[in-house]
Design a protein around this ligand. Structure first.
Ligand SMILES: C[S@@+](CC[C@H](N)C(=O)[O-])C[C@H]1O[C@@H](n2cnc3c(N)ncnc32)[C@H](O)[C@@H]1O
Length: 227
C-alpha cells in the first residue's frame, strides 16, 4: 500500500524546523539533512561495518540500539532491510533528530522510544535478534555503580536473541572527567569488560574491533557477545 505523503508546504516547514534543531546542539552521529549527510563528532562507518557483519552472520531480523543518539545505526539497519529496528534514548533533542529523519526521508520499519535505559525497561521490551549498546554503559556506571550495571547487563542478556554488539568507556581514559569515578579496570580494561559481560550471562565474548578513545589516549574495544 502506498504511504501517504506530508503536504508539501508542511514538509518544507518541517525541513526548516529540522535545520534549526540540528544547529541547536552538538550532533554525536551523522544525520541525513535536507542537502545530504551532516557529520557528527564521531565517525560511525567502521562500527556500522562490524555491526552489519554480525547481523548478517547471525541472520538477524530485529534490532534494538540502546542509547541510539541520532539513530544512525537504527536507520542504517532499516535501510538494509532488517524487519524491525528500534532505538532508545532519554535525550529529547536526539529523539527529535531521529524522528525527523524517519519522516522526512520515508524510512519504514524504524522506530524510536524515549526512555532511560534501566533494568525495568529491559524487562519490558521484547527479545531482539541483535542488540547494539555502544558507548553508553560507562555513563551509567560512574553515576549508578557497577552492581546496577551488572543488573542491566544480566537483564539485557535475557533479551538478546542472537548477538550483542557492545562498547564502553574505560577507567584508563584519564583525560575524561568521569574516568576517576569508574571502577579500576586494571592494566587490561578489554579483559575486564569481557569478564563483566560473561558474569552477566553471555556465553561467548569476542573482541571484533578497536576504536580510538577521546584524544587517542587509549583504544576502546568493540565486542560481539552471544547469549
Ligand atoms: C556517547 S553517546 C553514544 C551514542 C551511540 N550509542 C554511539 O556509540 O554512536 C551516548 C548516548 O546515550 C544516551 N544515554 C546515556 N545514558 C543513557 C541512559 N541511561 N538511558 C538512555 N540513554 C542514555 C545519550 O543521550 C547519548 O545519545
Amino acid at each position: 500500500m502506498k504511504r501517504k505523503p506530508i503536504k508539501p508546504v508542511l514538509r518544507t516547514a518541517f525541513q526548516t524546523i529540522q535545520k534549526l534543531h540540528l544547529k541547536s546542539y552538538e550532533l554525536y552521529q551523522p544525520v541525513i539533512g535536507t542537502n545530504g549527510m551532516i557529520a557528527g563528532t564521531r565517525d560511525c562507518e567502521d562500527r556500522w561495518k562490524s555491526i552489519q557483519e554480525v547481523m548478517r552472520a547471525h541472520d538477524c531480523n530485529s534490532v534494538v540500539d540502546l542509547g541510539c543518539s541520532e539513530g544512525y545505526y537504527v536507520l542504517q539497519s532499516a535501510k538494509s532491510g532488517i524487519g524491525v529496528c528500534m532505538g532508545v534514548d532519554f535525550d529529547l533533542r536526539r529523539i527529535m533528530t531521529c524522528q525527523s529523519q524517519v519522516v522526512l526521508n520515508d524510512i519504514p520499519r524504524a522506530s524510536f522510544l524515549i526512555s532511560e535505559v534501566t533494568p525495568d525497561l529491559l524487562d519490558a521490551i521484547p527479545k531482539f535478534d541483535a542488540v547494539i549498546f555502544l558507548s553508553v554503559l560507562h555513563h551509567i556506571m560512574y553515576q549508578k555503580g557497577v552492581d546496577h550495571c551488572r543488573e542491566i547487563m544480566t537483564r539485557l542478556c535475557r533479551k538478546t536473541g542472537k548477538a550483542l554488539i557492545f562498547e564502553m568507556g574505560q577507567s584508563d581514559e584519564h583525560k575524561e572527567s568521569w574516568a576517576k569515578d569508574m571502577p579500576d579496570m586494571g592494566s587490561d580494561p578489554h579483559t575486564w569488560i569481557a569478564d563483566f559481560l560473561k558474569e552477566a550471562g553471555y556465553s561467548t565474548v569476542e573482541k571484533i574491533g578497536e576504536t580510538d578513545a577521546y584524544l587517542r589516549e587509549t583504544r576502546r574495544a568493540l565486542f560481539k557477545a552471544l547469549p
